[in-house]
Design a protein around this ligand. Structure first.
Ligand code: FE
Length: 271
């Protein structure tokens, strides 16, 4: 349970050397509005980026920068909290399955207090590359076959792909040297190589080694998964709920500022 009572699956949510710079991946999916309507009312973030990808459904958001809107089926919201943002994320009642992901990417100490920014990426702006008749890749961030995704200039230089492979096919993709990478399966199953060839299926997380060439084979079923990589930061992590800094002192300062009304460093509307 997270937020005001949202039921979700947490693929990971801890500091792990091989997942650095990523801190958390939540998989929310339910056809029962009681599981999600409570949403994530006003809360602060500092020191991280949050990336929300809606597979289906509608989430209404508002933040202290003055942004407000709805993230709909296929859309992505990439929010850099930097020095601090206060926002709310409230799923709306939706017919059928409401599902999506929220990923947290850490920021290095040099950028933890950067100005916050926010990008709303519409489904239409996410290129879909057909690698061959069996493989389709939605590029949210990164580059495949010379096509670049709409999210650029992100501090940890991530790649964020939504890959679908038909049955009886092979997909290969290099992981850039020096980057950490993982896959999370949304649908179907596949054989992941090369180190320990093994079949993985829905809701499983596969963590790759540096410099791996990802090779995935499908047999009878199709496979859809997220493939995400980024540059590790390698700094100490102090984690206080929705705020992630380098030291406990910085966490205490952040919460003290939140309580006394000095948390937001960005300009307020009308300032
Ligand atoms: Fe949030």
């Amino acid at each position: 349970m997270e937020g005001a009572g949202v039921r979700l699956k947490r693929a990971f949510g801890d500091v792990h050397k091989k997942l650095d710079p990523f801190l958390l991946l939540d998989d929310f999916g339910s056809d029962n509005p009681d599981d999600y309507l409570a949403g994530f009312p006003w809360h602060p973030h500092r020191g991280i980026e949050t990336i929300t990808y809606m597979l289906s459904g509608r989430v209404k958001h508002e933040d202290s920068l003055g942004n407000a809107g709805i993230i709909e089926t296929g859309d992505v919201q990439w929010m850099t909290a930097g020095s601090g943002i206060v926002h709310q994320e409230m799923p709306e009642r939706f017919e059928g399955l409401m599902s999506g992901f929220q990923l947290w990417a850490n920021l290095p100490s040099s950028h933890k207090m950067m100005d916050p920014r926010y990008r709303d990426i519409k489904k239409e702006d996410i290129p879909v590359v057909t690698v061959n008749e069996n493989i389709e890749v939605k590029i949210i961030c990164g580059e495949v076959e010379g096509v670049k995704g709409p999210v650029q200039d992100i501090i940890t230089d991530p790649e964020y792909l939504d890959v679908t492979i038909k049955a009886n096919s092979t997909f290969t993709h290099p992981i850039a040297k020096g980057k950490n990478a993982f896959a999370y399966i949304m649908e179907g199953e596949g054989l992941f190589s090369p180190k320990n060839p093994k079949i993985f299926s829905k809701d499983q997380l596969i963590v790759f080694d540096d410099g791996d060439v990802v090779e995935i084979l499908t047999s009878d079923s199709k496979l859809r998964f997220l493939l995400i990589s980024g540059k590790p930061i390698g700094e100490p992590v102090a984690w206080g709920g929705s705020i992630v800094m380098n030291t406990d002192e910085e966490i205490r300062t952040a919460f003290a500022e939140y309580r006394n009304g000095t948390f937001l460093k960005h300009k307020q509307k009308g300032e």
